[in-house]
Design a protein around this ligand. Structure first.
Ligand SMILES: [Mg+2]
Length: 181
């Protein structure tokens, strides 16, 4: 059986969206990063919670899920964001650079068709702030067809909270694959 993947978004999950008046949760620390292809004198400001690294490592060390970045940061997730949080080098889903003006060009998350093809029949827990009802229906259908699929959807202004990881660990630990070894 293929591993159970943990697909991990960044914007709205590890980097919260500013709230009213530009507020950021007090847990988050400001960093400047220079994404690939951008000039060094034009960095991007990101806000990250230093607790997220250890929290995610606790999940990764269970061996219940195989973590993969699934974000428009693409390779920059591995080279820029992960190291700030103390995460090991993780692979990423190579999402296309499509010219879209909405996250939901067909009523569901733009990443989903690529993720669906990438996962094939692998079980997955996917953390993203931007799912629609159609994405939740997709996950329910996959699960009904024998491919356990859990969507975890943080509030983008708060980002990832400990409860999300508790939920996914509990879910992954009751999968047949988890019991087999
Ligand atoms: Mg997002």
């Amino acid at each position: 059986m293929r591993p159970t993947y943990l697909l991990l978004d960044i914007d709205g999950v590890l980097i919260p969206f500013p709230g009213t008046g530009g507020s950021i949760p007090a847990t988050h620390v400001r960093h400047e990063v220079v994404p690939a292809g951008r000039s060094a004198d034009n960095p991007v400001t990101v806000w990250l919670n230093p607790d997220h690294g250890p929290m995610l490592m606790d999940v990764i060390r269970t061996g219940l899920v195989t973590p993969v970045w699934c974000t428009s940061w693409r390779q920059d997730a591995t080279t820029l964001i992960g190291p700030i949080l103390g995460l090991p080098s993780l692979p990423h889903v190579d999402l296309p650079r499509s010219r879209i003006t909405t996250s939901h060009p067909n009523g569901y998350l733009w990443k989903r068709d690529h993720v669906d093809a990438w996962l094939a029949d692998a079980p997955a827990v996917w953390i993203d702030d931007d799912f629609t009802g159609l994405d939740h229906a997709w996950a329910a259908e996959r699960t009904a067809e024998g491919t356990p699929t859990l969507l975890v959807q943080p509030d983008p202004r708060l980002g990832l909270r400990p409860g999300h990881l508790t939920e996914l660990t509990a879910w992954a630990s009751q999968l047949p694959a988890a019991r087999a070894d």
